[in-house]
Design a protein. Structure first.
Length: 401
């Protein structure tokens, strides 16, 4: 089985607990585990498309993509290509001084598009700050994602319009928000589900552990979708966990599954499965999308300082977009006309994004006081008045100009 459901698993005994093992051997064993020396092969992951684009069978998850048509596959490819084009334009805009910062999703398109297209309209999404592909799937205008990074607004969209929450900068906190929202769904008697996105770095945060605990105890309809891109800025995953991240679900009593994060079909299938579990009352699931961050953590980061070119090149060969293109071409699901038309659409998107960013108005200085409380608050009114007086003082000093 690829899916690790836990409640019935027997804990493994370490070599150090066996009778007759010396203290020296225990120390050696522990050291090997801590340093990664002698570690076993990576666990199996769910894969439906190989890096060469070959469709492979999977008895557990094929049923969740059985109805995928050639048109659907072209749609998934289009989603990934346009998301990457938007991301590349945003990176260029930051380099040109138009954005303060940008967190690229380069290499993670399949995880985001696959999981994003598995959602229903009534499901609710809690992202971090890198889920540009999921935002695309939820119908959020790409230009709205850039306002916060340009510093002209505090988010840029209404979360309730697309059931897509604002980006969360505080690492891991959105998993608690998602769990609380999911618990509310249960009390309302609805059959929708919640998905919370986070990275391998956030998996070490206490908020994530608390979210796992509460969601398990209250059987909340939430999917925890961890994009393990293997680097928490400059910290590799093996410095954070002695087991694959999906296996952490065992300790909380709900299933965990590892999926090939660069396989859009596998991500679609596994996320559909997890959401279905949530909707029928089977509680939370941890999905670990094993992928790779091909670019920098953000535009303020230099990944060449902590990882090798060989590692990057090896993962570029597993590029999620190239993988699906190979499959489309081999199966005669797309011709050159399709790819050429998409290239034109991609360039048009880049131009629209560039023009929209440069046309963004200066920020409203008083917007920070809006939406703090649903019904307003006397203290906020007082603070707004104080701020207004402070702003007016500059005009007074300048002779009223």
């Amino acid at each position: 089985m690829t899916v690790e459901s836990t409640a019935a698993r027997t804990p493994r005994r370490s070599a150090g607990n066996k009778a007759g093992t010396t203290g020296t051997k225990r120390t050696t064993s522990t050291t090997k585990k801590a340093t990664g020396a002698g570690k076993s092969a990576e666990p199996a992951l769910v894969q439906l498309l190989t890096p060469e684009g070959k469709r492979v069978k999977n008895a557990e998850f094929d049923t969740y993509v059985a109805d995928i048509t050639a048109e659907d596959l072209r749609g998934l490819y289009r989603d990934m290509v346009l998301t990457r084009r938007f991301d590349a334009e945003a990176t260029a805009l930051q380099r040109q001084g138009e954005l303060g910062l940008w967190a690229s999703l380069l290499g993670q398109e399949a995880a985001q598009i696959g999981s994003g297209r598995a959602l229903r309209d009534d499901d609710y999404v809690f992202p971090t700050y890198r889920e540009h592909g999921v935002a695309w799937c939820r119908g959020v205008d790409p230009t709205n994602l850039l306002g916060m990074f340009r510093g002209v607004n505090n988010g840029g969209w209404d979360p309730n319009s697309n059931n897509f929450h604002l980006y969360t900068i505080v690492i891991g906190s959105q998993t608690l928000h998602a769990t609380g929202y999911a618990m509310g769904i249960t009390k309302d008697g609805a059959d929708s589900a919640v998905i919370a996105y986070f990275g391998d770095g956030a998996s070490s945060q206490g908020d994530v552990a608390e979210a796992f605990t509460f969601s398990a105890v209250y059987n909340a309809p939430v999917v925890f979708f961890c994009q393990n891109n293997q680097w928490a800025i400059s910290e590799p995953t093996e410095k954070q966990s002695r087991v694959p991240l999906y296996q952490r679900a065992q300790g909380y009593g709900f299933p965990g599954v590892r999926v090939d994060g660069n396989d859009v079909l596998a991500n679609l299938a596994v996320t559909k499965w997890a959401l279905e579990r949530a909707r029928v009352g089977e509680g939370p699931t941890l999905v670990e999308a094993f992928t790779y961050r091909m670019g920098a953590h953000t535009t303020s980061d230099d990944p060449t300082r902590y990882r090798t070119d060989d590692e990057r090149i090896a993962w570029e060969a597993k590029d999620p977009i190239l993988r699906l293109r190979r499959h489309l071409e081999a199966a005669n699901h797309a011709d050159e006309g399709f790819f050429a038309e998409l290239e034109t659409e991609s360039e048009a998107l880049g131009k629209r994004v560039r023009e929209a960013v440069r046309a963004m108005p200066d920020p409203d200085h008083f917007a920070i006081f809006e939406n703090v409380y649903a019904d307003g608050h006397a203290l906020v009114d007082e603070e707004r008045a104080q701020f207004a007086a402070y702003q007016a003082s500059f005009a007074d000093e300048d002779g009223g100009k």
